[in-house]
Design a protein around this ligand. Structure first.
Ligand SMILES: *[C@@H]1O[C@H](CO)[C@@H](O)[C@H](O)[C@H]1NC(C)=O
Ligand SMILES: *[C@@H]1O[C@H](CO)[C@@H](O)[C@H](O)[C@H]1NC(C)=O
Ligand SMILES: *[C@@H]1O[C@H](CO)[C@@H](O)[C@H](O)[C@H]1NC(C)=O
Ligand SMILES: *[C@@H]1O[C@H](CO)[C@@H](O)[C@H](O)[C@H]1NC(C)=O
Ligand SMILES: *[C@@H]1O[C@H](CO)[C@@H](O)[C@H](O)[C@H]1NC(C)=O
Ligand SMILES: *[C@@H]1O[C@H](CO)[C@@H](O)[C@H](O)[C@H]1NC(C)=O
Ligand SMILES: *[C@@H]1O[C@H](CO)[C@@H](O)[C@H](O)[C@H]1NC(C)=O
Ligand SMILES: *[C@@H]1O[C@H](CO)[C@@H](O)[C@H](O)[C@H]1NC(C)=O
Length: 899
């Protein structure tokens, strides 16, 4: 974010400089000394144009009176009084068309429109008839459709800016840019965001542009993947600023760029550039911005980079370039921004960095840097953003690392090794931080004293920091006016002092105090945090009832109170209509569910398992239901499974186990299309605030660890075990090809196992034990290639146990125990005619109850739809049967410019 601002800042300065030096300023905007009156026909044209606009921001309020040359945004020739300049910003167009009255402004040299409409506007062809136009700027408008080639008639044009608004849904397109070569005086061309994917001739056309082209910005143009490396002849030699970022180039470094010895800004970020960086990059001695981030460049960092002594901004983040750094890096004395994050850097951070005295931003996060952090960093007194996070540092972080950083606003550091913070408790820092991320650092056992001097913290991440202390109540209360995000999870913070905290806040959006030893009543101050969207207090010792005022937090998206001893009613949660995720697993809540839950249209996951809730099963009729995880296991839900449940096409995990459910399994279960398709969209973020979380599923009890990453898209599970469900297993259930887990154990199901069971080709776990199923075991069961746990014990199944394929590996006889009429391997009883003896081998009947709580299957995954409360990190756990899913969504860090 910071960098983007900085880039925009630089560009602004650059554009401003260029404008100031250019010759089009014939008419001074509303600036003449002599009384003038503008040309009547031009005034009428402007008024017609004005009438076609909605001017909510009153930017055209000065467009009254006779002298249109005096109107804001209008400039006139100082001799003829003809309108030469038109600048209109922030207006809204009611139709798709720009009013053609503008055609009457025949002498325009300068035209800038920042205009929007609900539909998207065409660039009018008649713009091509402003024959004197020098400057055309249509950026930050929502123009759409094809850029008319008529603009190629603007033979005097020097500036063409069609940069599209990033948030615009509309898209401008060009299928060829050849006609741009007709603009022989062009020296500033910005087509950023214009879709050029069908302009296959783009590069040869660019090479034919005016030789004087100095600014060429083609960022995010969906340019085709190839770009020539070497050219026999290159026309582009006057470039001062080149931006090819955010395209799809799969190519090596375009070395023709190096012929532009005046180049000041080079942006190649966010492409697939690969290969080595040429050593000759050091000859671009005018370079002040070099952004190569988010590419696949490899090899070592060219030593010649240290020759680029004008550099103020260098970004090599998210590349595969490796250290060592050039020994004379310290020559880059103008450097203000240095991005070396996520490059896989190893070894130590050299002290030459400490010579970069002007450095304001240093991001070295997400590498494998080891050794001690050089103390001299504490003398980079211009730093306002220092990120050393997610490395393997050793030794200590002491006050010397921060000693003179009086401008520091953001400090992020963490380490997967044994980095210890031994900042002296007497030290008073010279800064007031806004962002503190020191997670996974050993900074306890006490809350560090120096931190308590910080009064402006917005983002506080001290998770897993070996803190064993009570909450510093007054400090915490005083932070309420600034704090937006706090994560103190995974420590040993204890006591019931939270109940002493008072104060209110309308900025705090996220609180995570999970995995501590906090006790006492649910902290009532939380009710005063009116903007709270994320609250996680899981794995603490909170007791008693929830305060009713919790129902006031209507912004809450995530409420996770799992694994406490909270009790009482939850009906007042019925007002939390923004909930996406609710987890009350393993508490003592009782009573009924709020009726409104089923209308919560944002709800994606709900886990109320292991409580004493007693109610009929909700029908969940929400029309736009997105619910994916519905987990009600181990409560006292009763009655039949409502068929309305089948309308929830998005359901992926349904766990109603261990309740008192009666009736049949509805045959409409075959309608759970997400399970049929096996199409579940997860976004995986493996770089996160709390460390790179690998995404894994581990079945702990069975003693094996298996990585199901590639099949997770099929993750779906139905667990109806331990109820009083009767009737047959509906055939339709077998249509759920995406199902991984089917657990119907411990019911009164009768009839046969459907022959179609072989269709559930992704099934890994199947438990039909302890029912009243009879008949043969379908042979098609042996087609289930992934089946790794099965239990059919204690039914009335009969006949020969099918063999072959995957069933060969399931050779534990206990999974067939208690079916007196089964025969053949793996059980010892031989089949049919061979013997008459009924030697039942019951000695193998181990209790294969798979419902033990210790059996966990962990899945670290992100949940699809973005949870857009800024830079949040969170994780949650869902439980179902012998599987519990730990879903972790950890959004990107603040101050990281990568999405
Ligand atoms: C009129 O414009 C010309 C050219 O831009 C400029 O040189 C001249 O000083 C201006 N005259 C007045 C009176 O502003
Ligand atoms: C075009 O206008 C926008 C918005 O006013 C401005 O940021 C940009 O620098 C202008 N482009 C040029 C080439 O001057
Ligand atoms: C302007 O360009 C268009 C398309 O390139 C062309 O058809 C038209 O004749 C040109 N108009 C003038 C006045 O040159
Ligand atoms: C260079 O530009 C000129 C005119 O601007 C053009 O005629 C020539 O073909 C261009 N060269 C190449 C290699 O594209
Ligand atoms: C680039 O510059 C070098 C050295 O000045 C020159 O030999 C080469 O021909 C130039 N390349 C192109 C493509 O113009
Ligand atoms: C922290 O540890 C470093 C390295 O051992 C030591 O030089 C420094 O004095 C320690 N600071 C404090 C406050 O203990
Ligand atoms: C906690 O920090 C240690 C290093 O101090 C690290 O090894 C561990 O993975 C961290 N745990 C979590 C849950 O982040
Ligand atoms: C819930 O608490 C129990 C007992 O403290 C613990 O063993 C278990 O790991 C916790 N579950 C989760 C998912 O954290």
């Amino acid at each position: 974010m910071a960098m983007q601002n900085y880039i925009s800042f630089l560009l602004l300065v650059c554009a401003f400089g260029v404008l100031a030096n250019s010759e089009f300023g014939t008419g001074s905007v509303a600036g003449g000394n002599l009384p003038r009156s503008c040309v009547e026909s031009e005034k009428q044209a402007l008024l017609l144009f004005k009438n076609s606009l909605v001017d909510d921001s009153s930017s055209l309020s000065s467009w009254v009176g006779d002298d249109c040359c005096a109107w804001e945004g209008i400039g006139c020739d100082n001799i003829t009084n003809q309108v030469t300049q038109l600048e209109v910003r922030n207006v809204f167009l009611t139709s798709k068309k720009i009013h053609p009255s503008l055609l009457d402004l025949k002498y325009l040299t300068h035209l800038e429109l920042s205009i929007s409409s609900s539909q998207g506007i065409q660039i009018p062809e008649f713009f091509g008839s402003f024959k004197d136009l020098i400057y055309l700027n249509l950026s930050n408008s929502n123009f759409e459709g094809w850029v008319p080639q008529h603009l190629g008639n603007l033979s005097k044009l020097q500036y063409l800016d069609l940069q599209t608004n990033e948030d615009s849904y509309q898209e401008l397109r060009m299928d060829s840019i050849q006609w741009l070569s007709k603009l022989s005086l062009l020296h500033h061309l910005d087509l950023s965001g214009v879709n050029l994917s069908s302009a296959i001739d783009w590069f040869s056309s660019i090479n034919m542009l005016s030789k004087s082209i100095s600014v060429l910005h083609l960022s995010g143009c969906a340019l085709p993947s190839n770009i020539p490396r070497h050219l026999s002849f290159i026309n582009l030699t006057s470039l001062v600023s080149l931006d090819l970022s955010a395209n799809r180039f799969h190519a090596s470094f375009p070395s023709w760029v190096l012929n532009n010895t005046n180049l000041e800004h080079l942006f190649l970020g966010s492409n697939y550039f690969h290969g080595l960086l040429p050593e000759s990059i050091g000859s671009l001695s005018a370079l002040s911005v070099l952004d190569l981030a988010d590419n696949k460049f490899q090899g070592t960092i060219p030593l010649s980079i240290a020759n680029l002594t004008s550099l103020s901004q260098l970004d090599l983040s998210v590349t595969r370039l490796s250290n060592p750094f050039p020994p004379n890096m310290g020559n880059l004395t103008e450097l203000r921004y240095l991005g070396i994050a996520m490059m896989g850097l190893r070894g130590s951070l050299p002290e030459t960095f400490c010579q970069l005295k002007k450095l304001e931003h240093l991001d070295a996060g997400g590498n494998r840097l080891t050794g001690q952090i050089p103390e001299c960093i504490g003398n980079l007194s211009n730093l306002n953003d220092l990120s050393l996070t997610e490395n393997s540092w050793e030794g200590f972080v002491s006050e010397y690392h921060l000693i003179n950083l009086s401008r520091l606003l953001s400090f992020t550091i963490s380490s997967d090794s044994n980095l210890i913070s031994n900042i002296s408790s007497e030290w008073v820092p010279p800064f007031q931080l806004q962002v503190v991320d020191m997670h996974s650092l050993k900074m306890g056992p006490k809350f560090p004293q120096w931190l308590l001097t910080q009064r402006n913290i917005q983002y506080l991440l001290l998770a897993n920091a070996s803190i064993s202390d009570t909450i510093p109540v007054s400090w915490f209360s005083s932070l309420f006016s600034s704090l937006e995000y706090v994560d103190l999870g995974d420590n040993d913070i204890h006591g019931d002092q939270l109940s002493l905290i008072s104060g209110a806040s309308n900025v705090l959006t996220s609180v995570d105090l999970s995995n501590n030893r906090l006790s006492g009543k649910f902290p009532a101050f939380l009710c005063n945090l009116t903007a709270l969207a994320y609250l996680e207090l899981s794995n603490n010792n909170f007791t008693g009832e929830l305060p009713r005022c919790l129902g006031n937090l209507t912004q809450l998206n995530y409420l996770v109170l799992m694994n406490n001893s909270l009790s009482g009613n939850i009906h007042f949660l019925g007002s939390l209509g923004s909930l996406t995720y609710l987890n009350l697993y393993n508490n003592k809540f009782s009573g009924k569910l709020p009726r409104t839950f089923q209308n919560f249209s944002q709800l994606i996951a709900i886990d109320l398992g292991k409580n004493n809730l007693s109610d009929v099963l909700p029908t969940w009729t929400a029309e736009q239901s997105q619910i994916k995880y519905l987990i009600l296991r181990s409560n006292n839900f009763y009655g039949e499974i409502p068929t309305q449940l089948c309308q929830h096409k998005s359901l992926e995990v349904l766990n109603l186990a261990d309740n008192q459910i009666t009736g049949n399994i509805p045959s409409c279960f075959g309608n759970f299309s997400a399970m049929v398709r096996g199409l579940i969209t997860y976004n995986f973020l493996n770089y996160s605030t709390r460390g790179a979380k690998e995404f894994e599923i581990v079945d702990e009890t069975k003693g094996y660890e298996q990585d199901y990453t590639s099949t997770l898209k099929y993750l779906v599970s139905i667990d109806l075990s331990m109820n009083n469900i009767s009737g047959e297993i509906p055939k339709e259930l077998m249509d759920l090809h995406g199902l991984l887990n089917l657990n119907l154990a411990g019911n009164h199901l009768s009839g046969k196992i459907p022959n179609e069971i072989g269709k559930m080709e992704n099934l890994i776990f199947l438990d039909l034990s302890r029912n009243e199923l009879h008949g043969p075991i379908p042979h098609s069961l042996s087609y289930l290639n992934f089946l790794s746990q099965m239990n059919l014990s204690f039914n009335d199944l009969s006949g020969r146990i099918p063999s072959g394929y995957q069933l060969q590996t399931l050779d534990d006889p206990s999974i067939y125990a208690g079916n007196k009429q089964l025969c053949g391997p793996p059980i010892l009883k031989p089949c049919a005619a061979d013997t008459a003896s009924h030697s039942v081998n019951d000695h193998n009947e181990a209790d294969s109850d798979l419902d033990s709580d210790d059996e966990h299957m962990w899945i670290f995954a992100g949940l699809g739809p973005g949870f857009a409360v800024g830079f949040l990190g969170f994780c949650f756990t869902l439980h179902f049967s012998n599987i519990s899913i730990h879903v972790s969504i950890l959004a990107n860090r603040i101050l990281r410019r990568y999405r």
